[in-house]
Design a binder for this molecule. Structure first.
Ligand SMILES: Cc1cc2nc3c(=O)[nH]c(=O)nc-3n(C[C@H](O)[C@H](O)[C@H](O)COP(=O)(O)O)c2cc1C
Length: 163
């Protein structure tokens, strides 16, 4: 492990689950550690999706994404969304567990702290992840007292797709 990797691990980022509905109505979502608010006025929030992921491909046909705060008590969902890929035929968004929000963005019933992001830009920086710059709306915080699920809690999860 490089000093850089150790430094980033020490920051212990909070994890989110990003969901997308593709142009053909297919839906998926994945665990995301690369995300941050990126402007105050106007408000912008950026998530970086790996080009290897099915969620990335669906996001290419979407106008909006769902961004869900993963809470510390939901290791099961971290495993489901981070350790499995829809490319293996795994259905992560089972019927009855989500509702389409604005622009069709899937909203997960299990993770009520979330917002919808309208995709306003897409930035490729030559790496293996692509930035989706979002205009946030429909933000809900139902569980303010529950801590966020952090990178250090995901050490036992092998990504469904290697980056
Ligand atoms: C700790 C951790 C952090 C991750 N961070 C990201 C990320 O920032 N962006 C991303 O696109 N994938 C990230 N992944 C990988 C995806 O969540 C994983 O490959 C998932 O299985 C992809 O599913 P899909 O192909 O159905 O979209 C991360 C995985 C783990 C375990």
């Amino acid at each position: 492990v490089s000093p850089f990797d150790e430094l980033v691990a020490a920051m212990d980022a909070a994890m989110v689950v990003v969901t997308a509905a593709g142009a053909d109505g297919e839906v998926d979502g994945c665990l995301v550690g690369f995300h941050s608010q990126s402007s105050i006025d106007p408000r912008r929030y950026t998530v970086w999706l790996s080009v290897a992921n099915r969620t990335y491909r669906l996001a290419g046909g979407a106008t909006h994404l769902g961004v869900h705060r993963l809470t510390a008590d939901r290791h099961d969902l971290a495993e489901r969304f981070g350790g499995r890929t829809g490319d293996d035929g795994v259905v992560k968004l089972r019927a009855g567990t989500w509702t389409p929000g604005e622009g069709g963005a899937p909203l997960l019933h299990d993770l009520p702290d979330r917002f919808i992001g309208r995709i306003v830009d897409r930035l490729e920086a030559g790496g293996d992840h692509v930035a989706f710059v979002l205009e946030p709306s429909h933000a809900v915080l139902e569980r303010p007292d529950e801590p966020s699920f952090r990178l250090s809690q995901a050490g036992d999860i092998t990504p469904g797709h290697p980056a």
